[in-house]
Design a protein around this ligand. Structure first.
Ligand code: B12
Length: 207
């Protein structure tokens, strides 16, 4: 992984990290590698926040820088010119407003020819159910970055069961702290560590 991108991202060196990413793109570095390094840098920013070295304004700054990096990578993520292979409903769960990772997942799913309904952030369980009813989607993606939002994931999975739709949809979950134990706790079908994993799971379920 590119340590320079990680370090510049961690240090919130906006101009320098953007210049480096532009240079790497010219040199043909893979967009996924750049995303992974930037994501790693964001984890570093989060650690500094936990330690009290960074404040909420720094988290916001990190978010801004990451968005600009994503914009630079957007042309590489385009695609999606073939026929639609299936429908996905996705959103960040109730009480959580982090959307950067979720937006990346949305972009990748679209570029893999999926029809994606993005419900945004802080999405209540009933809204996910309603959107599946409206669109007929068979895959649901739930994103969460806050550990307190694990209960919202669980409540969303339970809302599908209460609506009699649990066996009609596959539910994938993801976001920084999500892992297999969260998957077990919430009753989701699978979890993914990154946007590529989201595409892999959705493709498998839709095929
Ligand atoms: C940027 C940021 C913010 C920004 C968010 C801006 C935005 N528009 O999203 C702002 C400033 C708003 C913010 C606010 C807060 N934040 Co914040 N934030 C971060 C930070 C630094 C980066 C998150 C990020 O964007 N990462 C980059 C993306 C690309 O990574 P990602 O989201 O993990 O997504 C990837 C994968 O996880 C996966 N993925 C994501 N979603 C999905 C979905 C599916 C289905 C799949 C398969 C995969 C998948 O694919 C993505 C691409 O590879 C993290 C640190 C960290 N360790 O992540 C803290 C962090 C998440 N925040 C934290 C906290 C505490 C907060 C606040 C509560 C702070 C406060 N006191 O107000 C608020 C919460 C507000 C709320 N109700 O949600 C904590 C959470 C701790 C915890 N245990 O819950 C963290 C971990 C920082 C820390 N170490 O303390 N934050």
């Amino acid at each position: 992984m590119d340590n320079q991108v990680i370090k510049l991202m961690e240090d919130l060196e906006e101009d320098a990290v953007l210049a480096l990413v532009k240079q790497q793109l010219k040199e043909g570095v893979n967009a996924n590698e750049i995303i992974s390094a930037s994501q790693q840098g964001m984890i570093g920013v989060g650690k500094k926040f936990e330690q009290g070295t960074y404040y909420i304004s720094d988290l916001m700054m990190a978010g801004e820088i990451f968005k600009q990096i994503s914009e630079l990578l957007e042309p590489m993520m385009k695609g999606g010119s073939g026929p639609t292979i299936g429908k996905v409903v996705i959103g960040t769960v109730r009480d959580d407003i982090h959307n950067i990772g979720k937006d990346l997942v949305v972009g990748m799913l679209k570029s893999a020819n999926m029809q994606v309904t993005d419900l945004g952030v802080n999405v209540p369980p009933e809204r996910f159910v309603e959107a599946v009813r409206e669109t007929g989607a068979t895959v649901v993606g739930l994103s969460a970055l806050l550990t307190v939002a694990f209960d919202s994931i669980k409540a969303t999975v339970e809302a599908f069961a209460a609506a009699g739709l649990r066996d009609k949809v596959k539910i994938m979950i993801g976001g920084g702290p999500v892992d297999q134990s969260v998957c077990n706790y919430t009753g989701a079908d699978q979890w993914g560590a990154d946007a590529q994993a989201a595409v892999r799971m959705a493709k498998e379920w839709l095929s």
